[in-house]
Design a protein around this ligand. Structure first.
Ligand SMILES: *Cc1c(COP(=O)(O)O)cnc(C)c1O
Length: 399
């Protein structure tokens, strides 16, 4: 008899997002005259930059001629793109080797697929609140997960605790959903913990391009010692609007080498290369050309202009919170603003209040873990006019 992976029974069903959609739809049906503003969007909304579009068109044309047609490409990504990524790291003061860079169809797949590299008896440490992919992919493999609390007291930046024994640690900075960012000293403490405990940090830096304050790390590899214990996941999704176009990259340092139970050595970089060449046939050539355009100087300017548009919206939201005296994290170095629900409300009650009284939709903190129960996330991915109107309406809740 074929036996199915019963670990799937242990994944929490995500009723939350469908319930949000249902409540919004019901409201709209009952109130067709009311304009609902969505600040729950977890996706970019601006179109791709013109240089990306040009590069995509050019690559499509190349595919139409026998001389320039491309079939299977290297599973790890074309060298033209890996070189651009290497140079991008270099401009940010980080040296990585070409064969440490793996181009992929996005950070979600890689953060999930990396679990293939690890034995199921590892203890996995994840922050709460957290991006749900880390938790669910490990539950699918039957791994034990322990949580570390992100709270107002620690600024939603949990720090290592020497009494906790973890083998694999997920960190996401700037964070989704809280927008909080670790500074260098804090990340150094994590890297030291990982090296001391022979653990591995899986560092999700999907939002690195939102880091605005100087001195804040955009890559875990800007921290001394990270090359022996960290894997970094990056994506063009938020950097350049590639959520639907799909391109990311993962850096797996060659210095991560672990002893097997019988004393042999395994290199994580070799394993990941083997995994990708076996189970993945690379990102489409056309998409990689579009991605390479992002890493040119002009391409980066275009990407920055997009980020700045979102930043302006984030500032509108955070300025409103400041004015109202609502405490929040995020906004400055992140498209997300995370705040405690006002009036001592639970997030579902606050969600209903926002929807019914001011027709603004956000995301319940409860969707990201128990520490989010009284919290709420607004995003800067709507347009300026809508964000402004939403904030004017938001203020009326406090009158
Ligand atoms: C959006 C996001 C990503 C990017 O995922 P892609 O698969 O590259 O689109 C990764 N991690 C987090 C936490 C995100 O919010």
């Amino acid at each position: 008899m074929a036996k199915l992976n019963e670990n799937y029974l242990n994944i929490k069903q995500s009723y939350l997002f469908s319930e949000i959609a249902k409540r919004v739809n019901d409201f709209c049906d009952a109130n067709p005259d009311k304009k609902v503003i969505r600040l729950g969007i977890g996706d970019v909304t601006l179109p791709l930059g013109s240089l990306v579009i040009d590069a995509l068109h050019k690559a499509v044309d190349e595919m139409s001629k026998a001389e320039t047609f491309k079939g299977y490409g290297p599973e790890q990504g074309y060298d033209f793109l890996r070189n651009s990524i290497k140079e991008y790291y270099k401009r940010n003061g980080v040296e990585v080797d070409l064969d440490e860079i793996f181009v992929s169809d996005g950070a979600k797949s890689d953060t999930g697929n990396i679990t293939d590299m690890f034995s199921t008896d590892n203890v996995v440490l994840v922050p709460d609140p957290v991006y749900p992919v880390y938790v669910d992919t490990n539950i699918m493999n039957g791994r034990k997960i322990i949580y570390m609390d992100g709270t107002a007291e620690n600024g939603f930046l949990p720090m290592p605790d020497d009494s906790v024994k973890a083998d694999i640690i997920y960190l996401c900075s700037p964070n989704n959903p809280t927008g909080a960012v670790y500074n260098k000293e804090q990340l150094k403490a994590w890297v030291d913990y990982a090296n001391k405990n022979d653990a591995i940090i899986l560092f999700d830096s999907a939002y690195e391009c939102f880091v605005a304050e100087p001195g804040l790390p955009r890559s875990i590899f800007s921290i001394e010692g990270a090359k022996t214990c960290c894997v970094e996941f990056c994506s063009l999704s938020k950097t350049a609007g590639f959520t639907g176009t799909r391109c990311g990259y993962t850096v797996v340092p060659k210095a991560i080498v672990k002893k097997t139970s019988d004393g042999r050595e395994l290199s994580l970089n070799h394993m990941w290369n083997r995994r990708q060449t076996t189970k993945f046939n690379g990102v489409p050539y056309i998409i990689q050309r579009g991605a390479a355009a992002v890493f040119t100087e002009e391409g980066m300017d275009e990407a920055k202009a997009m980020i700045n548009t979102y930043r302006k919206n984030a500032k509108l939201i955070s300025d409103t919170m400041d004015e109202l005296g609502v405490k929040y994290t995020g906004g400055i170095n992140s498209p997300y603003i995370w705040f405690e629900c006002p009036f001592g409300m639970y997030s579902w009650d606050f969600f209903d209040k926002m929807l019914n009284e001011i027709q603004v939709v956000g995301t319940l903190g409860a969707g990201f873990g128990k520490n989010g129960d009284n919290y709420f996330r607004l995003t800067s991915f709507n347009n300026y006019e809508n964000t402004k109107e939403a904030m004017e309406r938001f203020k009326t809740l406090f009158k």
